[in-house]
Design a protein around this ligand. Structure first.
Ligand code: ADP
Ligand code: MG
Length: 474
């Protein structure tokens, strides 16, 4: 569907004026990142990349994405408690993928000892694209669900104001008034606060587990400030700090620098490069503790690409969500074609199909954070090379989703202002809290729209490919 501001997209003077206003408004609103040159301090910052214009999103698909989020929360939570499912599903993967294998080993170790944790907090983001069918109708298709360190819930709550102003500058006042309010960081903080409260120690803190280099610190600060506003103390620590100063007491309460930790909110820990031997030990210490981990290691494993692929097998959702046929139907409706590359006839067949027609598929390893997937000719070459080796089981295949592109301007510091053909990805944040067997919170907490030029197959905002956007829902 054409945007109601298509007329101005090619008006160079109007675009230049609007872009100058947009950049200053973004800085004023706090749509910020540390710079690549000075990533370790906040003395020099710049605006996080964003689109000049909002992007049209069909209302029915937008509502569908919100409506299925509580189902996805239930599903992820159910998987995280299903040892048999995780064991079976990841059995082939952990034979060849060291990273997943190490996470899995910690998972088993913690289960053997017996869980000290009794309150569970999930913060996830389910990402979708709008697949354009041959008849031109768009369908909501899930790309993946992120169960650890799902980001941009903070910065995205500040982009709608910027886009509202841009539309006004462009003379689109009526359209400006239709942009929806959105504040995921508040919903995320409500979940963390609930988990903190249920943990039940007034003096305990919330620990954000952060990277060595924190370019996206302002996004995290948005959640942090919401917690301080509720008089909940927040500390920021790295795995290294946990290794050096973390300890458990007799009932496995977690202490760091003398402070008891109620909730560990991971904004780190999803890529193998994070972990040396000491950091693995720190991870194990955290997982063994009574503290509420967001996510616990089982929930991180529930977010692997291999699990996603197995969920699409007939009958699997029904087993995981017994007695919830409507939730199963809503979840399944968002699935694109997903295929196992496990050894055997099924895997041989789909590997051959993908080698013959690579443009139809995306080849995905068990990695997060963007830039890992393979497409087109590269997909064909890699699959050709590994098709007869067990290594292929560390990947899954997925149907490539083909959204209708739209024109926009991607505003990035030090980059020329030029029009790009773009596609967008909608994420819905989900938050849930469980105490023992009882769900005490299950919510959709807001949305994130990210947009990238069609010349890039892969990559998120942090990877420097996608930029923040605001949906214009029609
Ligand atoms: P990551 O964990 O690295 O974020 P994703 O599965 O989200 O992995 O893939 C990264 C990016 O690749 C997505 O943001 C999207 O742009 C693109 N992508 C992934 N899967 C598909 C697909 N099936 N069809 C089209 N593009 C895809
Ligand atoms: Mg992703």
């Amino acid at each position: 569907m054409a945007a109601p501001w298509q007329d101005v997209v090619r008006d160079a003077a109007a675009v230049r004026e609007a872009a100058a206003v947009a950049v200053d408004a973004a800085l004023l609103a706090g749509v910020l990142m540390r710079t690549g040159e000075q990533p370790r301090a906040s003395d020099v910052v710049n605006y996080a990349p964003f689109t000049l214009l909002p992007t049209v999103v069909p209302q029915d698909l937008f509502e569908q994405a919100y409506a299925v989020q509580q189902d996805f929360n239930l599903l992820v939570d159910a998987i995280s408690q299903n040892k048999e499912f995780l064991e079976q599903t990841l059995a082939s993967t952990i034979k060849v993928d060291d990273f997943t294998a190490r996470l899995f080993r910690i998972y088993m170790q913690v289960l053997e000892e017996g869980l000290a944790q009794n309150v569970f907090l999930g913060i996830n983001r389910s990402d979708y694209m709008f697949d354009c069918g041959v008849d031109g109708t768009a369908a909501l298709k899930q790309i993946e669900i992120n169960t650890i360190a799902a980001s941009f819930g903070g910065l995205t709550s500040r982009t709608a104001d910027v886009h509202r102003l841009v539309l006004k500058v462009l003379g689109k006042t009526k359209e400006a008034s239709r942009l929806l309010p959105n504040n995921p960081s508040k919903g995320l903080a409500l979940g963390i606060a609930k988990a903190w409260e249920l943990y039940g120690s007034q003096s305990a803190v919330v620990m954000f587990l952060v990277e060595e280099i924190q370019r996206n610190i302002f996004d995290q600060r948005c959640v942090e400030l919401e917690l301080w506003n509720r008089n909940i103390r927040v500390i920021r620590r790295r795995f290294r700090d946990v290794f050096e100063k973390g300890s458990l007491d007799g009932s496995r309460r977690l202490y760091i620098d003398g402070q008891e930790v109620a909730v560990v909110y991971y904004r780190e820990g999803y890529v193998p490069q994070t972990y040396d031997q000491q950091n693995w030990e720190a991870r194990l210490l955290l997982e063994r503790s009574r503290a509420v981990k967001c996510p616990d290691i089982a929930t991180q494993l529930a977010g692997t690409k291999k699990v996603q692929q197995e969920l699409s097998r007939p009958g699997t959702l029904e087993k995981l969500l017994p007695g919830h046929p409507e939730a199963v139907a809503r979840v399944r409706a968002t699935f694109a074609g997903l295929y196992s590359l496990d050894e055997g006839e099924e895997g041989d067949k789909i590997a051959a199909t993908a080698i013959a027609d690579p443009e139809r598929f995306v080849l995905k390893p068990q990695r997060e954070g963007g830039g890992n997937n393979l497409y087109g000719e590269e997909l064909r070459q890699v699959l050709e090379k590994i098709k007869d080796s067990p290594e292929r089981t560390s990947y899954i295949l997925m149907d490539k989703i083909k959204p209708q592109p739209a024109l926009n301007y991607l505003l990035r510091a030090h980059s020329p202002l030029q029009v790009s053909e773009c596609i967008s990805e909608l994420g819905i944040f989900g938050v849930y809290v469980r105490q023992g067997q009882q769900m005490v919170m299950n919510k959709a907490a807001g949305h994130l729209l990210r947009t990238k030029a069609t010349e890039h197959a892969d990559g998120g905002v942090a990877a420097g490919v996608a930029v923040l956007d605001t949906p214009y829902v029609v």
